[in-house]
Design a protein around this ligand. Structure first.
Ligand SMILES: NC(=O)c1ccc[n+]([C@@H]2O[C@H](COP(=O)([O-])OP(=O)(O)OC[C@H]3O[C@@H](n4cnc5c(N)ncnc54)[C@H](O)[C@@H]3O)[C@@H](O)[C@H]2O)c1
Length: 416
C-alpha cells in the first residue's frame, strides 16, 4: 500500500556516507525525513542535528536499538566491521535497512544479516550504488535488449587512482585487512557485484592473483621522513600528503577527501592534521597491508567467463571500464559513454547516458541518489522490486569476494 507520509529514517553513523544519504531528506522533505541519529563523534553528530533537527539523538547505535521502533528505516553507515551487529539488531526491531557495503567482513556475518532481514520480513538494500547509476543501468538494459546477443565474456577494470589509493588504502580507513577488510571487499565488492549483475547467471569458480607491490618500507626513497611535512624529498613524490591536501585546501575544496582528515579547513588546521594524524604519513611508513593491484578470473554457469583488474596505479580521473563480448556484438563502456558494435551489419552506436548532476547526492555518478530514491520508494510503496541490491543478490556477490580472496591467498581455484 502506498503511503503519502515521508519515509522516516534513523542515521547510524553520521560520517561521510551517513551525512550524504541524509542529504536526500534535505533535498526531498516530502519523501524522506531524518527522525534520529546515532553518532559518537560530536562534530559529525552536531552537523547532522543542525541540518535535520532529529527528535532522537544517540551517541551509540545500541542506545537507539534498545528503544521501541522509532522510524520506518535505518541507514547503517558505520565502518565495515561494525555492520553486522546493528543490522541484526535493527532487523529484529522491524526496521527496513539500508546497509552500507560491504555487508560485513565475514561470510558468517553476511549470512547472519540475511537470515535476520528475511525472518523479520523487512526491506533491505546494500549500498551497491553502481547498480543505480544511469550509466550502468543503461549498460545493463542494452544487454537485456540483446545488443550483444548472448554474453560470453566480460572484462572489467577498476582504476582506483594513485592518490585515492594513498588516501584510503595506504594511510586511511581501509589500509589494513585486520582493521577493516581486504581491498577486494573494501573497494572492489562493487565491481564483483556489477560483474555478477551484468552476467545474470551464477558464478561457479574463481581464481585470483595480486599483491602489495609498491607501498612498502623497502620502496621508501632515500632521505624520506616519516611525515611528508618534514620530508626532504617530498617534492619528487607523487604521493606527497602535503601537495595533495594543501592543494585541496588552497582551492577551497572542503568536501571529500579533505573532510576525512579534518573538521576545520583553515591552512593551520590542515597542517595540524598532517602533522598529527594518519593522513600526513609517508606512504612507505604506514601500517598498511591491503593489495595495490589484483586480478580475478571467473567461471560462470554455462561456460561464460569474466575477468577483473583492480589497480592503484592509474591517473586520478580514470574511470571504470567494461567490455562485454557477446555472440552478436560487442559493447564498450569507458565510464562516460557506451559504444555498441553489431556484428551483422557493422553498425556502431555511441550512447551517452549522462544527465545533469542530480545535486546533493551526485556521488558515484548519481548512484547515491539512485539508491536512496529506490529504497525510499520501496518503503513508501511497500514494494521491494525497486531494490536492485537486496539480500540474495548482495550475499551472492559478497560470496564471490570471499572466494576470490581465498583463491588469491591460497593460490587455488575456489568453487562456489
Ligand atoms: N557505497 C559506497 O560506494 C561507499 C563509499 C565509501 C564508503 N562506503 C562504506 O560506508 C561505510 C562508512 O564509511 P564512511 O566513509 O562514511 O566512514 P566514516 O568513518 O566517515 O563514518 C562512520 C561513522 O560511524 C560512526 N560510529 C562509530 N561507532 C559508532 C557507534 N557505536 N554508533 C553509531 N555510529 C558510530 C563514526 O563515528 C563515524 O562517524 C563503510 O562501511 C564504508 O566502507 C561505501
Amino acid at each position: 500500500m502506498k503511503s503519502n507520509k515521508p519515509v522516516s529514517y534513523i542515521i547510524v553513523g553520521a560520517g561521510n556516507r551517513g551525512q550524504g544519504y541524509a542529504g536526500f531528506a534535505a533535498e526531498f522533505p516530502e519523501r524522506a525525513q531524518v527522525l534520529g541519529v546515532a553518532e559518537p563523534r560530536a562534530f559529525q553528530r552536531g552537523r547532522l542535528v543542525d541540518q535535520h533537527h532529529p527528535e532522537h539523538v544517540f551517541l551509540d547505535w545500541r542506545e537507539a536499538a534498545l528503544q521501541p521502533r522509532l522510524a520506518d528505516a535505518v541507514i547503517i553507515s558505520t565502518q565495515d566491521s561494525m555492520h553486522a551487529d546493528p543490522a541484526v539488531a535493527f532487523a529484529e526491531k522491524g526496521y527496513h535497512i539500508l546497509l552500507e557495503k560491504p555487508m560485513a567482513v565475514t561470510e558468517a556475518d553476511c549470512t547472519r544479516i540475511v537470515d535476520a532481514v528475511k525472518k523479520n520480513e523487512v526491506h533491505f538494500a546494500v549500498g551497491h550504488v553502481l547498480r543505480y547509476t544511469r550509466y550502468f543501468s543503461r549498460l545493463k538494459q542494452l544487454i537485456i535488449d540483446g545488443a550483444v546477443g548472448e554474453v560470453v565474456n566480460i572484462q572489467h577494470t577498476e582504476p582506483v587512482g594513485f592518490w585515492h589509493q594513498a588516501h584510503s588504502f595506504v594511510r586511511g580507513n581501509w589500509r589494513n585487512t585486520e582493521c577493516s577488510s581486504p581491498m577486494l571487499m573494501a573497494k572492489s565488492c562493487h565491481d564483483l557485484d556489477l560483474i555478477r549483475w551484468l552476467m545474470d547467471v551464477a558464478c561457479e569458480r574463481v581464481s585470483s592473483f595480486g599483491s602489495l607491490i609498491h607501498f612498502r618500507p623497502e620502496n621508501r626513497p632515500e632521505g624520506a621522513s616519516d611525515r611528508c611535512l618534514d620530508c626532504a624529498v617530498e617534492v619528487d613524490c607523487p604521493y606527497s600528503a602535503k601537495r595533495l591536501y594543501l592543494d585541496f585546501q588552497q582551492r577551497g575544496k572542503h568536501g571529500w577527501p579533505l573532510e576525512v582528515i579534518t573538521d576545520e579547513f583553515s591552512e593551520e588546521k590542515v597542517i595540524r592534521a598532517l602533522r598529527e594524524g594518519p593522513y600526513g604519513r609517508c606512504v612507505y611508513a604506514c601500517d598498511n597491508d591491503v593489495v595495490d593491484h589484483q586480478v580475478v578470473n571467473f567461471g560462470f554457469a554455462g561456460g561464460r567467463t569474466a575477468s577483473f583488474t583492480m589497480t592503484a596505479f592509474s591517473n586520478a580521473q580514470a574511470h571504470r571500464t567494461t567490455r562485454v563480448f557477446g555472440t552478436k556484438g560487442e559493447l564498450i563502456g569507458d565510464g562516460h559513454t557506451i559504444t555498441t558494435h553489431r556484428f551483422l551489419d557493422g553498425e556502431k552506436t555511441v550512447i551517452d547516458p549522462r544527465t545533469a548532476d542530480p545535486g546533493i547526492l551526485g556521488g558515484h555518478g548519481g548512484g547515491d541518489f539512485g539508491l536512496m530514491d529506490a529504497f525510499t520508494r520501496a518503503i513508501a510503496e511497500n514494494d521491494g522490486s525497486h531494490i536492485r541490491s537486496g539480500p540474495d543478490e548482495a550475499l551472492e556477490s559478497h560470496r564471490m569476494v570471499f572466494a576470490a580472496e581465498r583463491a588469491r591467498l591460497e593460490g587455488v581455484v575456489v568453487h562456489l
